[in-house]
Design a protein around this ligand. Structure first.
Ligand SMILES: *[C@@H]1O[C@H](CO)[C@@H](O)[C@H](O)[C@H]1NC(C)=O
Length: 464
């Protein structure tokens, strides 16, 4: 066995707790790649959501007219007819559609017992086909209100709000939206969503915010509601389907474009400083990862920094600096405390919102020398001790047999040669293929000790 490496690791927990900010944003590149992949999918729903999402992202869409022409759909399923007609309208491929497509929505409108959802699909199919004026606007709102009395689910309100955008009744939306928002479900007092999940939440947030904008009214969403809906949207960010991606984008855009927008504060990269790298970078963004509108760089401030071990305040009201050419990156310079090892809680505020983050100040530590002792297992004779100074190696091979034990003793020192206590010290013993990790125990306040005992081995020790 060769003893060739001494490694000391400092373990620390770097945690996070948030007051009134988000801890992340939607990865638009990932959303875009799901949507682009979705274009290859021949299913009409995937095609529609991929095209819609890419248009929302303002990403050029390849020619999909042939796909639309060949798309398989069930003409009795008004939802599928809507997807096809809308995909064609969004991509400028109306000419690839069959004229038969007009029949299914007309049949829905003629039916006495059409549901709100069917009416929504029928009206928007006709709109996509350039026949938006067919739906009788006078009586239709009254009819929809009657239908809502039978089933006033959030989903149905979403469809009616969307129909009102088309029919010109956004004032009705504005008089009902606040009540609907109160019907949102709260999960663990952090996140808000509507019954029906992402599709319904996305539709309600986007129709409500658009309708209020159209009415030139301030959004009915208060900052707490926005933050909680944004928490929900973030919790669904691992979507994988084009439909999920488009709905997520829609919901996130509705919230991110509604000022003042929820703010996300996250650490970018390393969560610690050392004597060589004395600063920590933060990303301050909206829910879509964009710069926060109206946020002045001087409004990004570390309000306080507190050492967790003893609650000592080490910094107060220290401004961050905006990184050149990276409008969302702010740098906190911690050179002041880089020699004071430990865990710290930083309260970082941006535009009146605050996040608490835990960071670590790591010491650059070294093991200046190590004592290798070889003694009897039963401790009857005092061990033979050899001292090795870093970076030297043992000058001779040490021999030990199964009646003997090997002990290592070392102290951990900082850059200024002061002995430091680390949370845990490990010693890695072995070569590339066979290694064992030993936990070193504190021997006294200044040193660590570990016994390497493998009674059946004959040990040949060299340091390399
Ligand atoms: C942090 O501040 C110190 C002292 O003012 C300075 O020497 C150092 O370069 C700064 N670090 C960065 C990354 O700007």
């Amino acid at each position: 066995m060769h003893l060739n490496t001494f490694s000391i690791l400092v373990l620390c927990l770097v945690g996070w707790s948030s007051a009134n900010t988000l801890q992340g944003s939607i990865d638009l590149k990932r959303i875009q790649s799901i949507l682009q992949e979705g274009l290859k999918n021949k299913d009409v729903a995937s095609l529609y959501y991929s095209i819609k999402g890419l248009k929302d992202l303002k990403v050029p869409i390849p020619d999909v007219c042939q796909d639309i022409k060949n798309a398989k759909y069930d003409s009795k399923n008004i939802e599928q007819v809507f997807y096809l007609a809308s995909a064609a309208a969004l991509s400028g491929c109306q000419n690839s559609l069959s004229t038969d497509l007009l029949r299914p929505p007309s049949q829905v409108l003629d039916k006495k017992d059409a549901t709100i959802q069917e009416l929504y699909y029928a009206v928007y199919t006709l709109k996509a086909l350039g026949k938006g004026s067919v739906y009788d606007k006078e009586d239709s709102l009254k009819n929809l209100i009657q239908l809502l009395k039978k089933d006033d689910s959030p989903a149905n309100y979403g469809y009616v709000f969307a129909l009102c955008e088309h029919m010109g009744c956004t004032a009705w939306t504005a008089s009902h939206a606040e009540g609907v928002l109160l019907a949102a479900d709260e999960s663990d007092s952090r996140a808000l969503h509507f019954d029906g999940g992402l599709p319904v939440t996305s539709m309600l947030l986007s129709t409500i915010t658009r309708s209020y904008k159209q009415q030139k009214k301030a959004s009915p969403l208060n900052p707490e509601q926005k933050l909680k809906f944004a928490e929900y949207v973030l919790s669904r960010r691992s979507v994988t389907s084009p439909r999920g991606a488009a709905l997520l984008l829609d919901a996130a855009t509705a919230l991110a474009d509604d000022q003042p927008t929820p703010i996300s504060i996250v650490i970018k990269g390393k969560k610690y400083v050392t004597s060589d790298s004395d600063s920590i970078e933060f990303a301050v963004t909206d829910l879509l990862g964009r710069p926060v509108p109206g946020l002045k760089p001087e409004d990004v401030v570390a309000q306080s920094g507190t050492r967790l071990a003893d609650d000592v305040v080490v910094l107060s009201k220290q401004p961050l600096t905006q990184k050149p050419n990276e409008p969302t990156t702010f740098v906190l310079n911690l050179s002041k405390i880089k020699a004071q090892y430990g865990m710290y809680k930083i309260a970082l505020s941006a535009g009146g919102k605050t996040a608490n983050v835990n960071i670590a100040v790591l010491g650059e530590i070294q093991v200046s020398s190590i004592e290798v002792g070889i003694g009897d297992v039963d401790g009857t004779t005092s061990p033979k001790v050899t001292t090795v100074t870093y970076p030297n190696k043992l000058t001779e091979k040490l021999q030990a047999d199964h009646l003997q034990k090997v002990t290592l003793k070392f102290s951990v020192r900082d850059k200024w040669n002061k002995a430091v206590t680390v949370q845990q010290a490990f010693v890695r013993v072995g070569g590339a293929h066979d290694e064992t990790i030993f936990v070193a125990e504190p021997d006294n306040a200044k040193a660590y000790k570990v016994e390497l005992v493998r009674p059946t081995d004959n040990l040949h020790i060299t340091t390399e």
